[in-house]
Design a protein around this ligand. Structure first.
Ligand SMILES: [Mn+2]
Length: 402
């Protein structure tokens, strides 16, 4: 099946436009959260710009374009305008479990008309049926695209590739699939309710498509066959929304040569990186503690635009005040939250002093704690109680986003 022509496309999915960004473990301030929401909502614009820049023939979007049914119409308008700006090049969309294509949703032309919104652009092909459907690629009779839609947010137990849809006879055959690769091992790997429409790497290779654009999981992951050739990939979500989406975010530029294996290039998709940095600060006083954390940030590659959570571990030197001494470091990045998971230091005084008895009581309490939360309460009581007993200022720590 020699095609004689190569095909290049950009792949991206799981934009989750309209995400609230209220969780994620970063304790974002209202200002940073608002800025980040706007960046999440700009994913389609960034994807289209990247596709144009790299000369892609098409944009493939295998699902979860928006986060929930109730995202604002303005967010969808922005998406439709971005897609329209890619015309006449085609965009192929396979709705996922978040942006499911049920009646009365944003994929329904009747809803857009009823809201007085612009229609879906003519260059966008949306797979609106839950049944595998094959469509031609405008202007390329050597390419066929196959996809399907989720019609509800409910987890799907059936295996979408057992059996697979028929492999079109054109030289290039693209598959858009939103579902859980069973061997995916990212931080959001398939378990519980996140697993939907499961399939194996073997099933994917056996379907014999030229390429499978995969959506659902949020970290980039390439699926290879027994020969080590890439057969498909998750591009992952292009805008890190929390610590489960830490690390660089990418769009995939995929080239299908006429007669060779697919070729993948990783295109930066985000202007910021969400980072989790863990630092052992055992026995470090104020100055050295700040230096240690600063060095850890530098080693992690933290840059000014980044959103960072630092977790302190080890034993905390008495009176180290990490929250205070680390405050100046916040200026190094756009957002810094510090989580103090240090253990209390050994008691300073003998058991005869009030402080010594207080400490050994609290340490016993801590040892008997049923869970982490109780242990943290005991740690805090110990720290604050000692300050009170010794006549030092008692300052409670900052609230944590858990
Ligand atoms: Mn998703």
């Amino acid at each position: 099946m020699s095609s004689g022509r190569s095909l290049t496309f950009l792949q991206s999915s799981d934009w989750h436009l309209g995400s609230a960004l209220t969780g994620g473990g970063l304790s974002l301030t209202p200002e940073v959260r608002a800025a980040r929401r706007d960046e999440v909502d700009a994913a389609a614009e960034r994807a289209v710009a990247a596709a144009l820049t790299c000369g892609a023939d098409a944009l493939l979007v295998p699902g979860d374009l928006w986060d929930a049914e109730n995202v604002p119409a303005a967010t969808i308008h922005r998406l439709l305008e971005a897609f329209a700006s890619f015309a006449p090049r085609p965009v192929f969309v396979a709705p996922g479990n978040h942006d499911f294509a049920g009646a009365g949703g944003y994929y329904d032309p009747a809803l857009l008309a009823a809201l007085g919104m612009r229609p879906w652009p003519e260059n966008v092909v949306v797979f609106r049926s839950p049944v595998w459907t094959a469509v031609p690629f405008p202007g390329r009779d050597d390419v066929t695209v196959v996809g399907r839609a989720f019609l509800s947010p409910a987890a799907v137990a059936e295996r979408p590739l057992a059996p697979p849809p028929p492999r079109p006879l054109t030289p290039h055959a693209l598959l858009l699939l939103h579902g859980s690769l069973e061997s995916y091992a990212g931080p959001d790997s398939p378990r519980g309710t996140k697993r939907t429409a499961p399939f194996s790497a073997r099933e994917l290779a056996d379907a014999r498509f030229s390429w499978a654009a995969l959506g659902h999981h949020h970290h980039a992951h390439v699926v290879t066959d027994d020969q080590g050739h890439p057969r498909g990939a998750y591009a992952g979500c292009p805008t890190g929304r929390g610590l489960d989406e830490a690390g660089p975010r990418v769009f995939l530029k995929v080239t299908l040569p006429a007669d060779a294996a697919p070729f993948i290039e990783w295109i930066p998709a985000d202007t910021r990186v969400v980072r989790s940095v863990v630092v052992d600060v055992s026995e470090l006083e104020a100055g050295p503690l700040a230096e240690r954390v600063e060095a850890a940030l530098a080693q992690a590659g933290a840059q000014a635009p980044d959103l960072v959570r630092v977790t302190l571990t080890g034993t905390q030197a008495y009176g180290a005040r990490p929250a205070d001494v680390l405050r100046p470091l916040a200026a190094r990045v756009t957002h810094l939250t510090v989580r103090d998971h240090t253990e209390p230091p050994a008691p300073e005084s003998g058991p005869r002093s009030a402080e010594g008895r207080f400490s050994s009581d609290l340490l016993a309490h801590r040892a008997a704690a049923a869970d982490d939360a109780q242990r943290r309460v005991a740690d805090l009581a110990l720290r604050l109680g000692r300050d009170a007993l010794l006549g030092r200022p008692v300052r409670p720590p900052e609230a944590e986003d858990r």
